[in-house]
Structure formats: C-alpha cells, structure tokens
Design a protein around this ligand. Sequence first.
Ligand SMILES: [Zn+2]
Ligand SMILES: [Zn+2]
Length: 136
Amino acid sequence: MIRDWANRYRNHPVSDRHRAHHARMAQFPSHPARLAALAANELRWRGPACPNHPKSPRWTSSGQCEACNRERSLRQSQRRTRRIPIYLHPALLAAREAGAKHWAGPPCRHGHDGVRYVAGGFACVRCVNKRTAHVG
Ligand SMILES: [Zn+2]
Ligand SMILES: [Zn+2]
C-alpha cells in the first residue's frame, strides 16, 4: 500500500520550484546514506541519530526525523483545535441561562464588535441588521 502511494507520488509531476524548495529544506542533503536511499527510491533512511528520537528513521525526501515530523504535525493540529467552539462560549451559555436575546461574543469576521444573537446560530447582530436592511 505504502509502496503504491510512493510510486504514484514519485511519478507525480513536481514543479522545479517545489523540488528546489525541498532541496533547500532537506537536512543532510549530501549524506551518502540518504543519496543511496534516494537512488533506491526508499521512503526512509537511517541517518545521523535525532537528538530527540535516536531510534527514529528519517524521511528520504526531506532528511528530517520521522518522529519529529509527526510530533510537529500533531502540535499543529492541536493548535488548530485549541479554540473553544463558539456554542460552548461561557458568555453565550450565561446569556442563554439568563434568557437574554443577545450576548457579547468574540468579534465577527467582518470586524463587528461581537454582539451576537443567542438564538439562530449565534449570528452577529450587526451583520444580520445589514443584511435585512438590504432586503427591505
Ligand atoms: Zn526526532
Ligand atoms: Zn458582523
């Protein structure tokens, strides 16, 4: 399976810019073991030990430690999901509890001050007013 994917990727037309980018970013660009792995179309190679993961292999394409790469992408996905979803916003829950119609949330993506409706999908009050003004 992985082999198939690697073959497909290898035949994928990669732009010269992309190739140059990889060459620039690659670690140990001229390490003999990496060049041998490249020549043999191996996905991974055994390079100098990573200080954090002495047992982890490295990616042939980038020369980077596989475990380091995995941890980095994990951190990035955690950063993406760290924001609380808006429907769990404490101010919204408090406003709903109090029976209020509006609540002060984060600024909307149009730069409004963040006054939002408790009902109806937490829409920005300013945005909705602007929209209905056009319709009227
Ligand atoms: Zn590592
Ligand atoms: Zn808005």
